[in-house]
Design a protein around this ligand. Structure first.
Ligand code: HEC
Ligand code: HEC
Length: 245
């Protein structure tokens, strides 16, 4: 018998765990399953999206593997949602002990819900619809909520350095070093508003009105005013005021 490749082993584990999950879930009504998916999406955005890209959840983390890329092949090999969920659930409980991913991020039902959501969407084209589309948004306007947007749905860390968020990208201005000085310039005050909060909000919603020296228009996405919720933008503003002070 040929030895199993790591990939074949993963699939085997997934299949077995998928069966277990299937049995465990077969008593649930469909409605219950869909609210499980919504809960799973919220949980994913909270603790997984900062490290993993998953397009349906609008997360763009780069520390761990892209979960769409990871499961696209499995899906076209005919691996079922429940099997992918089984694998994800297994991985949440038993991440590589030599690896980067923390153990015990979720347990029990929460782990199962996250896994079901990833199993339902990873590697699938398109977007979430209906109630699922609205789930996973960040609640409130606190700096902590803003940090979640920055590292999660906003994907800001893929272009900006910000020490508090642990990001060090250099596509856009370094928010620790440049933001306050740029907002304090007379020209910026005229265009983006006199206060730091006004300046930041303007920079997020209409990034091309004022271009800091050394950068050009057309790089930062100009649709955050549409793609983010109002409270998420306010939370980002509150966070950046705090994190750059
Ligand atoms: C701090 C960053 C980080 C967080 C948070 C994180 N992961 Fe990971 N994850 C990684 C890294 C890095 C790997 C690659 C293996 C390693 O180095 O541990 C990985 C691997 C994986 C894998 C792939 C396993 C395989 O088959 O190779 C899955 C699935 C996964 N993570 C799901 C999740 C889920 C679900 C969450 C949220 C509960 C999560 N991760 C949270 C960093 C993270
Ligand atoms: C694809 C890269 C990219 C992404 C993603 C991105 N930005 Fe930017 N950002 C830039 C660039 C480039 C500039 C400078 C040119 C401009 O203003 O359009 C900029 C400018 C800014 C400024 C003004 C900085 C200054 O010194 O005046 C702020 C504030 C800002 N971004 C915040 C954010 C936030 C918050 C997010 C996430 C919601 C984000 N950016 C996502 C590239 C990006």
């Amino acid at each position: 018998m040929p030895t199993l490749s790591p990939r074949a082993l993963r699939i085997l584990v997934a299949l077995i765990l998928g069966l277990v999950a299937l049995v465990a879930f077969s008593g649930c009504a469909v409605k219950h399953q869909s609210s499980n998916l919504e809960a799973g999406k919220v949980l994913f955005s909270k603790k997984c999206g900062s490290c993993h890209t998953l397009s349906h959840a609008n997360t763009t983390g780069q520390t761990g593997p892209n979960l769409d890329d990871m499961f696209r092949q499995d899906r076209s090999d005919g691996i079922k949602d429940t099997s992918i969920a089984g694998l994800v659930s297994f991985w949440i409980q038993h991440p590589n002990t030599q690896g980067v991913m923390p153990a015990g991020l979720y347990t029990g039902q929460a782990a199962q819900q996250v896994a079901s959501y990833v199993g339902a969407v990873a590697g699938r084209p398109g977007q979430d619809t209906g109630a699922l589309a609205a789930a996973g948004g960040v609640q409130g306007t606190t700096p902590a909520a803003g940090k979640q947007v920055f590292t999660g749905v906003g994907g800001c860390g893929s272009c900006h350095t910000l020490a508090d968020a642990g990001t060090n990208a250099t596509v856009g201005p370094n928010l620790n070093q440049d933001l306050r000085a740029n907002c304090a310039s007379a020209q910026s005050k005229q265009v983006r508003g006199a206060t730091l909060a006004e300046c930041i909000e303007h920079a997020i919603v209409k990034p091309y009105d004022y271009i800091p020296a050394g950068y050009k228009a057309g790089v930062m996405p100009s649709n955050f005013g549409q793609s983010l919720q109002k409270n998420e933008i306010t939370a980002l503003v509150n966070y950046l005021v705090k994190a750059t002070g």
